[in-house]
Design a protein around this ligand. Structure first.
Ligand code: HEC
Length: 250
């Protein structure tokens, strides 16, 4: 996990301190788990061929939305993908790389898997399978599909995916910015996107993580970057928590 990711995590924890009772009452914060509005519909595929910088690969919008396909924009940048990472196994094993990206970089709607240790990955998959690990939002589609995928995964497949993702290099792709205000957002396909025309609003006690290029993000380009806006003082408080943790661990 990159230092910035740790800071994001820590500031998330700092924001949530004291919130368990509020969470039990109101559910987890909507900025952390954005829900599509009722009746939400994806924009239709216009048939245009899509591409991302520094890649000769081409895909349509329907292809990048297919949960049995991990768009592989940079096939030379990683070892060969195990079949379930690249294509899943119909009907219940969605392609890991569809959500976590072919290069394991993930996004705000799930998590980066690149460079996590193989035993850790195997443990999470086993825990999702047994029910020991659940989620705060079992009604949210990305989580439902993740858990269904883990439950249907064979032991051999789990070993292959754990070996694949643990061998990838994690990428630092989130810039943390402290700010009193943030772009006003709406929920589009389980993630936050800035409203048009752009407007700003107070950040409050939230972390607002946005992709820096909507088209590249929708194309599942693993090289797209993100900005995580956090309340002023979060990085200092996060650093203090990390220091405290490591001074007690070491
Ligand atoms: C439909 C999207 C989707 C697919 C497909 C998917 N995942 Fe996930 N994955 C998620 C989400 C969302 C989470 C975070 C769930 C939570 O705890 O709320 C997650 C979490 C995880 C975690 C835990 C990460 C951590 O930091 O603790 C692991 C490990 C993981 N996924 C592995 C896989 C593997 C391996 C596959 C393929 C066999 C896969 N996932 C397929 C969406 C997906």
């Amino acid at each position: 996990m990159g230092k910035r990711a740790i800071l994001v995590l820590m500031s998330t924890l700092a924001c949530w301190t004291g919130l368990p009772s509020a969470m039990a009452r109101e559910g987890p914060p909507s900025w952390a788990y954005p829900m599509n509005p009722p009746g939400f519909k994806l924009t239709p595929d216009d048939g245009a061929v899509r591409h991302v910088p520094d890649s000769r690969v081409r895909h349509t919008l329907s292809e990048v939305r297919d949960r049995f396909l991990a768009p592989d924009w940079h096939p030379d940048a990683h070892p060969p993908m195990p079949a379930v990472v690249a294509r899943g196994r119909p009907q219940n094993v969605s392609a890991c790389g569809y959500c976590h990206r072919a290069e394991g970089t993930g996004g705000p709607e799930n998590s980066s898997l690149a460079g996590l240790s193989a035993p850790y990955i195997l443990q999470q998959l086993a825990d999702y399978k047994s029910g020991a690990r659940s989620t705060a939002v079992p009604y949210r589609k990305p989580q439902t599909l993740m858990i269904a995928t883990a439950k249907a995964l064979s032991e051999e497949e789990a070993k292959a995916v754990a070996a694949y993702f643990s061998a990838l290099k994690p990428r630092q792709n989130i810039q943390v910015v402290e700010s009193k205000t943030v772009p006003k957002t709406y929920v589009y396909n389980w993630f936050l996107a800035p409203v048009k025309p752009p407007a700003r609003e107070p950040i409050g006690q939230r972390i607002i993580e946005l992709n820096n290029d909507l088209e590249r993000f929708e194309n599942r380009d693993p090289r797209v970057t993100f900005t995580a806006y956090v309340p002023p003082g979060s990085i200092r408080r996060g650093q203090a928590l990390v220091d405290l943790h490591f001074s007690t661990v070491v």
